[in-house]
Design a protein around this ligand. Sequence first.
Ligand SMILES: [Zn+2]
Length: 149
Amino acid sequence: MKKLGMAEIAKINRPKLGRQVPLEVFRMLRLVGIRGGLPMGGKSITATVGREIGKNLGCNSLEELLQLLQTYRIGIPSILERSDNHLLIALDDCLVCKGMDNIGEKVCDLEGAIIEGALTAIIGKTVRVTEIKCNCNGDEACVYEVRIY
Ligand SMILES: [Zn+2]
């Protein structure tokens, strides 16, 4: 199977419909399809998928990763806390959940896994990312706790 990266998928030629799709299309895939259709809310799939995406973003620094999250409109990241082996990253305007009702759940583990995969590739150490806040859990933004081992 041929591996597809950003260079391949960015080749878009849709003269009638163009590059943009409504956010609902992504949320359908992510929340209805993956979360709703797979065992355990698709948790192990989102971890694997997110890490693979993160590894293949081609980022060389944390700053580049944060810029890319914003460029691709995944969200608006900001660093809340930073030390040698620990980070807290907030993601405002999250593409998965911003504006949705509080359902008492955190649903943006895919983005955490993307951050995990990207930082693992950048730092070359074991990185674990956990979503600790989410709009769908009644919080103001999605927040990720990053631990570097
Ligand atoms: Zn979110």
